[in-house]
Design a binder for this molecule. Structure first.
Ligand code: HEC
Length: 117
């Protein structure tokens, strides 16, 4: 399992590097959340938001019913204070960044068209 975590981390670093190439004035905030997600969160939550299955309690962000069960406040509290094996981010990210990440996490379910599962 360690190998796959390592592989995903490498991919996330590459994706973040590629993403920084195209920053438009209007999309800066979304782009920044995307960069933060890909560099800090994707190693556990995956680029597609489905998460690494072997991690305990791992939510699937593309699952609309999971999204429906959680409020924005729950999500931001968990990102800020940590949950389970997820570390707290309140010292690393600003409140605005955490709010942008909640929106980004929400977008995984909206972006998943059709029934893949
Ligand atoms: C070390 C792996 C790891 C990293 C890094 C990580 N998470 Fe998590 N995250 C988890 C796990 C595991 C859970 C499930 C925790 C539980 O329910 O016990 C979780 C849960 C969540 C949840 C759901 C919280 C809830 O209330 O149910 C959100 C939202 C989330 N993470 C967002 C993020 C964001 C955004 C980042 C990056 C800033 C991030 N995570 C980084 C492992 C990680």
């Amino acid at each position: 399992m360690k190998r796959s975590v390592f592989f995903v981390s490498i991919v996330s670093v590459l994706a973040a590097a590629a993403a920084t190439g195209s920053i438009g004035a209007v999309t800066v905030r979304t782009q920044k959340a995307a960069d933060t997600y890909q560099s800090q969160c994707a190693k556990c939550h995956g680029h597609d938001g489905k998460g690494i299955e072997s991690l305990p309690g791992m939510p699937n962000f593309t699952d609309a019913s999971w999204q429906a069960k959680h409020t924005d406040k729950e999500l931001s509290d968990s990102i800020s204070g940590g949950k389970g094996i997820m570390p707290p981010y309140k010292d690393k990210l600003s409140g605005g960044e955490i709010t942008a990440l909640v929106k980004y996490v929400r977008a995984f379910a909206g972006g998943a068209k059709g029934k893949k599962k």
